[in-house]
Design a protein around this ligand. Sequence first.
Ligand code: SF4
Length: 475
Amino acid sequence: MLAAMSASPTPGRESGDRCPGALRLHAADDGALARVRLPGGLLTSHQAEVLAGLAEELGDGRLDLTSRGNVQLRGLPDGCGAALGGRLRAAGLLPSDRHERIRNVVASPLCGLDGPAGPRDARADVADVDVDVAVDVQAWARALDALLCADRAEQQTEAEAETSDLSGLSGRFLFGLDDGRGDIAALAPDVTLIAERDGRHALLCFGTTGPALRLAVGDAPRAAVLAARAFLAAVRAGGVKAWRVRELTPEQRPSPERLAERLAAAGIACSLVPHVSLVPRVTLPHGPAPQLGLVEGRDGRWALSLAAPLGRLTAGQWRLLARAAGRDGDGELRVTPWRGIVVPGLTARAAAAHRAAFADAGLVVSSGSPWHGAGACAGRPGCAKSLADVRADAAACLTGTLPGGAGALPVYWSGCERRCGHPGGRWVDVLATDEGYRLAVRDDAARPAPTRTVPARPVPARELADAVAAARTTT
Ligand code: SF4
């Protein structure tokens, strides 16, 4: 394990929380791994260039996207922690050493970018999302991140700090900021904020089921911080070692009524919504992930929604994206929790040209691609626990005869039972075993989560393509 620098944790929980960060590196078989948090998936083109440089100079030249819209560097050498931390700090990618691992914030990546007027039937390649959104959840993400990083300074007294220091949150605790379309709520965050259609109110909820609190959109980031503090207080009161809200029993979970009192004490007006449909237009938990392709905005500008094959990019691919954003876009990239990237602020002509260039560079630019919705853990040789080179086996399937595309279930290859980074909702689990791959269709949203093994026997890697294709189209 390389040097670990981190904030003082909540007593009793830290020993089990090995979630990596930019300062707490994870020792993998292919070198150390650093996870750089990107709240809301947001980064500037300059920051993206810095990450590409770090991947090439310190790492193995590649960048992995995570299921929370963060970026990982792999293959880092012993003793690189100081250089890595210094470069990230200078680029604004490490605003708080103390809070770096708790900056887990996901936000609807197409917020403000889609929803053109007029028919779109003839444009099969245009991402099919049409949401009337008035709330800027990326602004929420920036405000929430600033509050998380400033948390220590906000404490009024030492006694209060001891019971509500947010650096005591697990690296797995997730804030979800949903613009109303349900994509983020479907990821089952621990604290969910979802914008209401009137553009003036938001719902705040532990997890994604009611009751919820309705409050003004301007108060939403501060209310999310107070909700996280209420979770910490509930964990302490219950004497349990929970990292996520869903690990608490109903009796242990923080009460919305008590949270309402905390909000009122902080000057935030709210009302209790006992029975709430948190996702107005889709049924929990299957809010759709963004489609890939061109995304037309209301203002005549376009965005490009694309994905990295199995969530991994070369530094060269990453630079291509950074330069497109810097030269022709808003100077910003949005990394999505589905291991994708959105480049906003393009003209129609630039969007089409960059789409072709990204496809030529090996990126996934259409939802019709079999690579869309496909992922894999690190596997061999990066992870000692892996029973197979799952990424190579997945690539062989996806470049072969395997059909995929829009409507196909997400699929994820795992080298062992831990299934690191697997998707949520309904998905195809391709698990390496000593006897071959075991396939199953899982539904993590249902309680209890049903699992259907298809087919019943393990499948050798060379016969995997047809079995995976059949599982992905299972109804
Ligand atoms: S799922 Fe298993 S094999 Fe894959 S990265 Fe995690 S621990 Fe390693």
